[in-house]
Design a binder for this molecule. Structure first.
Ligand code: AMP
Ligand code: MG
Length: 269
């Protein structure tokens, strides 16, 4: 079976209640085997990232979105472990500053798009502008409802200019979120991550789910597909994201640049 089972087909209507956050279809053998496979993929990703960097043409944009505690940070730490920090950047999008709010919502995003040879991971993204913004009615419905088309066009432009785009929705259950929030409260080293505001967001779980369903249904395109990643189990989430990244980078069929001619005769004294 391939990771394609998690890709959202363009134009399909997504009903998240029909996506099991505990699904293990790609690794029924369980955690041990899953971790072993992820380790192999990690080494492959390291090599592919070096190739991307050396080739210096393709650009890779990875978008991570999830409900609170969904595992965006953990995914970045585990999946990109060992890659070269020179070629891999993370852009985290928080509540917009006054300056950002004074501009259109894509203004702050575009400047973080990857350059040649780079991988950029968006920890949250322009999708917040149709998620939290929609749920909290931070702008009128007439405004956010136009944004799905803008976003598709924006991503199309990046893709046309050489950017490969992969978007992951880390799908956790409400029960799993309860456990993770509880753990943040209970463990001293995790308390700093607990924000009272997360409880208010949790109370709007169904509104967020509807907002995510709209995102997944309207913005999974041939040039920038969404993947719904079963994320209740961290090891499985890492495996699925790693698998998609490695398979996608392999398909780019990259080559190391041609070396200078005549190097065989070079003698280093
Ligand atoms: P965290 O990822 O926990 O550091 O939280 C970042 C916060 O910024 C989250 O509550 C997001 O919903 C919020 N945020 C990110 N982008 C936007 C946006 N465009 N408008 C409003 N809030 C945002
Ligand atoms: Mg948070």
């Amino acid at each position: 079976m391939s990771h394609e089972i998690y890709r959202v087909g363009p134009g399909s209507e997504v009903d998240l209640t029909r996506h099991d956050p505990r699904d293990l279809a790609l690794c029924a053998a369980g955690k041990r085997e899953g971790r072993r496979l992820t380790g192999e993929l990690n080494a492959e990703l390291e090599a592919l990232q070096e190739l991307l960097w050396a080739e210096g043409w393709h650009k890779l944009l990875v978008v991570l979105q999830a409900m609170d505690t969904g595992g965006k940070d953990g995914t970045i730490r585990h999946v990109f472990d060992g890659t070269n920090p020179q070629g891999v950047k993370v852009a985290s999008f928080k509540r917009p500053t006054a300056e950002e709010l004074a501009h259109d919502y894509l203004w702050r995003v575009h400047r973080h798009a990857p350059g040649s040879g780079e991988i950029v991971i968006f920890n949250r993204s322009h999708y917040e502008d149709v998620l939290v913004v929609r749920v909290h009615e931070l702008v009128p419905a007439a405004t956010w409802s136009r944004r799905y088309d803008h976003i598709n066009d924006f991503e199309r432009r990046l893709a046309d200019e050489g950017t490969t785009i992969l978007k992951f929705f880390l799908h956790i259950s409400k029960e799993e979120q309860r456990e993770r929030l509880q753990a943040r409260l209970a463990e001293p080293d995790k308390r700093w991550k607990f924000a009272r505001g997360d409880l208010a967001e949790r109370a709007r779980w169904d509104d967020y789910r509807a907002a995510y369903e709209a995102v997944l249904s309207r913005t999974s395109t041939p040039w920038a597909p969404w993947y719904v990643v079963p994320a209740d189990r961290k090891w499985y989430r890492n495996l699925v994201v790693s698998r998609v990244l490695v398979d996608t980078l392999k398909e780019l069929d990259m080559r190391f640049p041609e070396a200078e001619v005549g190097l065989d005769d070079v003698v280093i004294e």
